[in-house]
Design a protein around this ligand. Structure first.
Ligand SMILES: [Zn+2]
Length: 109
C-alpha cells in the first residue's frame, strides 16, 4: 500500500508496541481466513506495507505510530492481497466488506 496523503506525525497515545501490532495482524488473518507465510516489520520508504507473491507481508515501522483505524485499513488491505493479488473490483469489494463488517464490532470472537 503506497503512502499518499496521510500525515507522518500522530499523537503518541495512538502508538502500539510491535507485539500488539503482530497480534492485530494475526487476529485479522484469522477473521479473513488467510495465513501469511511470514509477517515482518521494518522501515519502508515509499509504502506502508507490501505483500510478496509468496505470502510474506512487510509492514512499515512507522505504521505503529498511526491511528488505529488507519492501521487496520493497511492490515486488512495487505491480508486481502493473500486472496486477490491485484486492486481490481473483487479486491475493492472484499476490502470494503471486511472493514465494514467489523467497524462496529471491536470485540474479538
Ligand atoms: Zn495493495
Amino acid at each position: 500500500m503506497k503512502k499518499t496523503g496521510v500525515p507522518e506525525w500522530q499523537p503518541l497515545e495512538q502508538a502500539v508496541p510491535v507485539d500488539l501490532f503482530l497480534a492485530e495482524v494475526k487476529a485479522w488473518a484469522e477473521r479473513l481466513g488467510v495465513a501469511p507465510a511470514e509477517i515482518r516489520i521494518q522501515p519502508l520508504k515509499r509504502k506502508w506495507a507490501s505483500c510478496s507473491s509468496r505470502g510474506r507481508l512487510t509492514f512499515d515501522t512507522a505504521l505503529l505510530r498511526q491511528p488505529a483505524q488507519f492501521r487496520r485499513e493497511v492490515i486488512v488491505h495487505e491480508l486481502v492481497h493473500l486472496k486477490v493479488p491485484n486492486h481490481g473490483r473483487v479486491f475493492r469489494a472484499l476490502l470494503k466488506a471486511y472493514l465494514n463488517l467489523y467497524r462496529n464490532n471491536e470485540t474479538p470472537s
